[in-house]
Design a protein around this ligand. Structure first.
Ligand SMILES: Cc1ncc(COP(=O)(O)O)c(C=O)c1O
Length: 363
């Protein structure tokens, strides 16, 4: 294991105890903690409803099934985890891509809905909010907006939390995310009561009553013990996000004069990121990663292959290099540095010193 890991989930006695208590006292599936977690998460995001599911991928897929995008197109970004586009396919739709801005988020001016467009699916990449007002406007009144907020728990744009702009917001609680449930999990947030009901039904085998099923549903529930764990994590989320922002500021201050490295957007009064990842751009990304790895610092690349160039998408749709140049440029240069709330300032300083050393001490 690296001396300075990329990410590390916080697992405390309080979380383990909450989980054990749920296992002892509640139904293992659809116990009381599930509904309490949903209520608390909806309140936190600022939506009327939140429906828990078993992963971020299922949050996306079930939202799109409930919004009935079947046989139509969904405009999304090629600069994301592959699950974003896969979920469109699993819901029976066709993903089409729009290129990205320099910050990696979908470029609103590239969103051009046509008659076949059912929805737009922006991603708040690395926890940095996408330009939701422009995206909603580009989508227009007839096209649904689904936010992939899997990396953006608590981020906000012009005073509104990510996950509450569109018809549905989709979150992942995978273990490296800003909050986890102690395993896989996800959540759909929405102000649409009908959609909340439909997602709630789809995740639970299509049930309308114990023995009656009126749609072809899935087993995609969040386990009670994981919900209990997530409730405790949610209470720490704001403090953790604040810590992530402080560490990101420290990285940016120390790396400001390293001209070879382009720093991520810092945020502003209107744009409050949560730094799920701290991603720098550099021309010799692989050499820098190697230098850091050689000194015990774990890094990662999010994402080295944009979705359209993944073999499955190349084979199915015939994409080739050059289709989305901005995304391809980021994929070639992005490097994620260690960032998690328990990371220490001196560790950030050490990573920065190693980066400065790599570039020959120039700053
Ligand atoms: C942007 C994005 N979308 C979707 C997902 C899928 O979430 P999960 O792994 O919980 O299925 C993830 C995380 O893994 C993600 O980062």
């Amino acid at each position: 294991m690296a001396r300075i890991p990329l990410a590390r989930p916080d697992v405390t006695e309080e979380m383990i105890e909450a989980m054990s208590q749920a296992l002892r006292d509640e139904r293992l599936v659809m116990g009381e903690s599930v509904f309490k977690f949903e209520e608390e998460f909806a309140r936190y995001i600022g939506t009327d409803h939140a429906v828990s599911v078993s992963s971020g991928t299922d949050a996306l897929m079930l939202s799109m099934l409930a919004l009935n995008i079947r046989s139509r197109e969904v405009i999304t970004t090629p600069m994301s985890f592959i699950a974003t586009a896969n979920a469109v396919l699993h819901a029976g739709g066709a993903p089409v891509f729009a290129d990205v801005l320099p910050d990696g988020n979908i470029d609103p001016s590239e969103i051009r809905p046509v008659r076949e467009t059912a929805a737009v699916l922006p991603v708040h990449l690395y926890g940095n909010p996408a330009r939701m007002d422009e995206i909603v406007e580009a989508a227009g009144p007839k096209v649904k907006v689904i936010e992939d907020a899997c990396q953006a728990h608590g981020a906000s744009y012009k005073g509104t939390k990510c996950g509450s702009f569109g018809d549905a917001g989709c979150f992942s609680f995978y273990t490296t995310k800003n909050m986890t449930v102690g395993g896989d999990g996800g959540m759909v947030t929405t102000n649409d009561e009908r959609l909340a009901k439909d997602v709630g039904k789809l995740r639970d085998c299509g049930r309308i009553s114990r023995y009656e099923h009126d749609v072809f549903g899935f087993t995609s529930r969040l386990n009670t013990a994981n919900a209990a764990f997530g409730r405790v994590q949610l209470r720490h989320l704001d403090e953790w996000n604040e810590r992530r922002r402080a560490l990101a500021r420290r990285y940016s201050e120390r790396l400001r004069d390293v001209l070879e490295v382009k720093l991520p957007p810092e945020g502003s009064k209107d744009i409050v990121p949560v730094f799920h990842l701290y991603v720098v751009l550099c021309g010799d990304r692989d050499a820098l990663a190697k230098h850091l790895a050689g000194n015990g610092v774990e890094t990662a690349v999010h994402y080295p292959i944009p979705i359209h160039l993944q073999p499955a998408y190349r084979d199915a749709y015939g994409y080739s290099r050059g289709s989305y140049p901005a995304a391809e440029g980021l994929a070639a240069t992005a490097l994620s540095l260690p960032l998690f709330p328990q990371l220490e300032e001196r560790q950030v300083d050490e990573v920065c010193e190693l980066i400065i050393e790599h570039y020959g001490g120039r700053r």
